[in-house]
Write a protein that binds this ligand. Structure first.
Ligand code: ADP
Length: 444
């Protein structure tokens, strides 16, 4: 009985410290807007990781998004965090749209729907989901790695030049036309299917967002503004932090022991790379303080990152009456045998607290973008606003997606929420890169 009381106390403490009521989320959204403004104003924001602003608000040099007129054969290469995807698409213009599309492709098998005009070089859109300082739409140097990557000699190098060299070494006749962040690719793909798309959010291994900003609101831009008057901004919002964020001892320890301490605090609260690890740390504390699983602390419970976010969602979304999946996962991941229902239920509760906090904070971030764009209030013409979202966490974690959307409704109110559409842009980052490669190569 003492065991349950102690474990229950850990849970209640966690619930209290992770609480993100609407008032608090409004403060988070306001802080996000303030940091967006700071990043858009500060010129040193694109320097190294030691820069003073939280949000780099990177200028992407994408000043116009796909129109639907794109035509021809284009390739895309997508380097995210988990996956490395290759894609080729034959665009057929306004009427035909995407004529044919293949992922995992080989140049040797062109033909049959994929047609490269004679004398044309193959064009590749490169999606690279790490912060990059760009000087044009087709070049950029890596500012820092995130999501657990650490290949130091790449930092400061032009990723397009490096990729072009690698392509040449392979003897392939292809050139990188555009370099885009996955958020920018997702935004382009979202825009291609719906012209009311104004922002894109990634909730996968990491988290980030991009949106369309007016040039007037980008004080750090030097030189003549582009014709469109707009610019896509890659926020790099994973690095956001604020005193209003509900942080626990578990988050503080996770951060301190991470590869990038003190950085990407928002990302460490809401993305797929970390949610499992937060849950593991809570369960470890329950094992230590309350001997939750057995008299001894199970060894596997002490292994960092052994519990993945997809384990969390499988346990959380276990609908069997005896929480069989929870029992199986505890056995599979931690070698904890024969758990009782009460223990399993406690594990589910921990998953729920961590996932709700993440989803609610993600909603606050989106609310921040809407505020910045003045789309958080009802417009007389009931203008529709679409946000394109992609990433494994949003796609697979149904509870997370639903919680994020209902929180947004609470923040916006029914009136405004009814004109907001959150749209899954599945694998949009690759398609978007190919689309941008098409429109920018036609401009050259
Ligand atoms: P990335 O963000 O690396 O480009 P994804 O968007 O596919 O890749 O996101 C992968 C992340 O999504 C993983 O880190 C994992 O935490 C999370 N995830 C959630 N559910 C699943 C699932 N069923 N399978 C794989 N990953 C999942």
């Amino acid at each position: 009985a003492r065991r349950w009381a102690r474990a229950g106390a850990v849970l209640r403490d966690l619930q209290e410290r992770c609480a993100a009521p609407v008032e608090r989320l409004r403060q988070v959204a306001d802080a996000m807007v303030a940091e967006m403004r700071a990043g858009l104003a500060s010129n040193d924001s694109e320097g190294d990781s030691g820069s003073s602003v939280l949000l780099k608000m990177l200028v992407t040099y994408v000043d116009s998004l796909p129109s639907g007129d794109e035509k021809g054969l284009f390739y895309a290469l997508d380097l995210g965090g988990t996956n490395f995807r290759v894609l080729r698409i034959q665009f057929g213009g306004k009427e035909q749209r995407i004529v044919k599309q293949e992922s995992k492709t080989f140049i040797a098998s062109e033909g049959e729907g994929f047609y490269l005009p004679e004398g044309m070089q193959r064009q590749l859109g490169f999606t690279f989901s790490f912060p990059v300082k760009q000087n044009s739409v087709a070049s950029g140097t890596l500012i820092k790695w995130t999501k657990g990557f650490a290949i130091d000699e790449m930092v400061g190098k032009d990723v397009v030049a490096e990729l072009n060299k690698a392509i040449k070494r392979q003897g392939v006749d292809m050139e990188v036309t555009v370099l885009v962040n996955d958020t920018v690719g997702t935004l382009a793909a979202g825009r291609y299917v719906d012209n009311d798309t104004v922002a894109a959010v990634i909730l996968g291994t990491g988290t980030n967002a991009a949106y369309i900003e007016h040039m007037d609101s980008i004080p750090k831009w030097c030189g003549p503004p582009p014709e469109s008057g707009n610019m896509v901004i890659n926020m790099e919002w994973g690095n956001f932090r604020s005193t209003h964020l509900p942080l626990t001892e578990f988050d503080v320890a996770l951060d301190a022991e991470s590869l990038n301490p003190d950085e990407q605090i928002y990302e460490k609260l809401i993305s797929g790379m970390y949610m499992g690890e937060i849950v593991r740390r809570v369960l470890l504390k329950m094992a230590q303080d309350a001997s939750l699983f057995s008299d001894n602390v199970p060894l596997e419970l002490e292994v960092p990152y052994i519990l993945r976010t997809y384990h969390v969602l499988m346990m959380h979304q276990d609908t069997s009456p005896d929480l069989r999946t929870v029992g199986n996962k505890l056995k599979e991941v931690f070698r904890i045998e024969d758990t009782c229902f009460k223990t399993r239920k406690l594990v589910v509760d921990v998953c729920e607290v961590v996932a709700s906090r993440a989803a609610r904070l993600a909603a606050a971030g989106i609310h921040g973008i809407l505020k910045k764009l003045g789309r958080d209030v009802a417009s007389p013409d009931k203008q529709k606003t679409v946000i394109a979202v992609d990433g494994g966490v949003y796609k697979h974690y149904t509870f997370f997606a639903q919680c994020m959307e209902s929180t947004l409704r609470d923040l916006l109110g029914e009136g405004v929420a009814s004109s907001l559409v959150i749209k899954l842009a599945e694998d949009g980052s690759g398609t978007g890169a190919a689309l941008l490669s098409a429109s920018y190569s036609q401009r050259l």
